[in-house]
Design a protein around this ligand. Structure first.
Ligand SMILES: [Zn+2]
Length: 184
C-alpha cells in the first residue's frame, strides 16, 4: 500500500511529478493532494486514489478523523472518514456523526475542516463526537474561506499564506498540519 495522504498535503513539486487524478497544482508549483487516500507515484505522475477498507465498529473513546460538512445552530454534522486510535483504518464509506455545540471546544470549527474527535456516545442510532478533553483533539486541517488554500498554524492561530487573514475561531489540534497516518 502507498502512503496515506490527507487533503492539502504536499506530495512533491512539479519538477518531480505531474499532478494526476486526486491532486492539483498550487501557485507555488507544489503538487497537492485533494483527497484522503493513497498516494501512488508512477513514473513522472502522481495520483491519489481514495482508499477503501473494511469497516470497523466504533466504540466510545475511539479517536476518529472526520470532516465537518455542515454547521447548524446547535450542532455540526460530520462524516467520519477513519479511525485514528486504537488503530488507523479507513472506512469503506464515511459514517455520519454529530458534534453538539455544547462547549467552546465543540463550537470552534468550520465546515470543510478536518478534525480529530473522540467518539462520545451513541444515542438513538446517532454517533456523537467531541473535540473537548484533550489537546490532541480539534482541527487538523483547514483552508482559507476566501482563497481556499491551506491555513498554516502560527501559535494559537491559523494564518492564510496568501491573504494573511488570521483565524482565531478554531480549536487547533496538536496534530494540526501533520498527516495523522504517519503517527504511531
Ligand atoms: Zn486567504
Amino acid at each position: 500500500m502507498g502512503k496515506v495522504v490527507i487533503p492539502g498535503e504536499k506530495l512533491g513539486v512539479i519538477e518531480q511529478y505531474l499532478p494526476g487524478e486526486g491532486t492539483y497544482l498550487d501557485q507555488s508549483g507544489a503538487v497537492i493532494s485533494s483527497l484522503l487516500g493513497e498516494a501512488l507515484p508512477q513514473d513522472r505522475k502522481i495520483t491519489v486514489k481514495p482508499i477503501k477498507d473494511v469497516k470497523y465498529p466504533l466504540s466510545p473513546g475511539d479517536m476518529v478523523i472526520a470532516v465537518i460538512w455542515n454547521s447548524e445552530r446547535s450542532q455540526f454534522l460530520v462524516k467520519i472518514l477513519a479511525l485514528f486510535k486504537p488503530r488507523k483504518l479507513l472506512f469503506k464509506s464515511p459514517i455520519s456523526a454529530i458534534i453538539q455545540k455544547k462547549t467552546p471546544e465543540n463550537r470552534a470549527a468550520m465546515p470543510g475542516d478536518f478534525v480529530l474527535a473522540r467518539v462520545e456516545s451513541f444515542i438513538g442510532g446517532d454517533v456523537y463526537l467531541t473535540m473537548a478533553g484533550s489537546t490532541e483533539l480539534g482541527v487538523i486541517s483547514a483552508v482559507c474561506r476566501r482563497c481556499n488554500v491551506k491555513l498554516n498554524r502560527v501559535g494559537y492561530t491559523l494564518v492564510c499564506s496568501r491573504c494573511q487573514q488570521v483565524y482565531l475561531d478554531r480549536k487547533i489540534s496538536d496534530h494540526y498540519g501533520l498527516n495523522p497516518f504517519e503517527r504511531g
